[in-house]
Design a protein around this ligand. Structure first.
Ligand code: HEM
Ligand code: HEM
Length: 167
């Protein structure tokens, strides 16, 4: 969803002013708020559930890099949609998710705040994009070079199997 939002956000911003541009933004904002809700649920789940341990062959610096990059991605996954919500509120645009559900504003109408939130939103886009290059590169490196289970264990049902083995 987040990769799709990169494309949708970029197209929406560069689209010529028209009713279609407004529609693209309604989709962008609606999916963005959906992502925010899903990420909050995910973080609550992550904090309360056990996760499979990293493979034994991983060195300390690799473990630290993996944890640090995951934490930074979680942070970006929260601040990215939050800053979008602030842009929309500060610009005083009414927001109706998927054209159906009225969504409240999170901040007062304020042009300076809108500009700052836009800067945060766009900067984070580039930071998250860079982190994802590292992240996806690392996943492929684990799979094709290290030949461990890191990538395949993301498949549904695998975590349960690994946990059973560990218990
Ligand atoms: C994970 C969620 C999100 C991602 C990955 C994302 C990504 C993006 C990207 C890539 C752009 C284009 C930046 C540019 O080229 O200038 C953009 C622009 C924008 N997004 Fe989001 N977005 C997210 C959530 C949201 C939400 C929830 C809202 C509002 C409720 C929102 C409102 C906007 C607005 C108003 C712009 C235009 C900003 C400008 O004119 O500078 N976004 N977003
Ligand atoms: C082609 C795309 C992607 C691939 C192949 C991929 C691969 C993976 C793999 C293999 C893991 C598991 C690491 C482990 O088992 O310990 C993982 C975890 C993770 N991925 Fe991705 N990923 C992709 C896209 C994304 C995107 C777009 C995001 C969000 C911006 C993301 C955020 C995360 C986070 C935060 C974790 C840590 C999960 C946790 O331990 O709670 N990934 N990814």
């Amino acid at each position: 969803m987040i990769l799709g939002m990169f494309v949708l956000g970029w197209i929406a911003v560069n689209y010529p002013m028209s009713p279609a541009k407004i529609k693209l933004f309604v989709w962008h904002k609606s999916i963005g708020i959906t992502i925010l809700i899903l990420v909050v649920v995910r973080i609550a789940w992550r904090l309360t559930d056990r996760t499979p341990a990293l493979p034994n062959h991983m060195r300390n610096w690799e473990r630290r890099l993996a944890h640090a990059s995951h934490t930074l991605m979680y942070l970006a996954m929260v601040i990215m949609p939050l800053s979008g919500w602030v842009i929309n509120s500060a610009a005083n645009f009414p927001l109706k998710l998927y054209g159906l559900i009225r969504w409240p504003n999170i901040a007062p109408a304020d042009k300076a705040l809108q500009t700052q939130a836009e800067l945060v939103h766009v900067t984070l886009f580039w930071i998250l994009a860079a982190l994802l290059v590292l992240h996806i590169g690392a996943a492929l490196w684990h799979h094709f070079v290290q030949r461990d289970e890191i990538l395949t264990r993301m498949l549904p049902g695998t975590t349960r199997r690994l946990r059973k083995q560990g218990d």
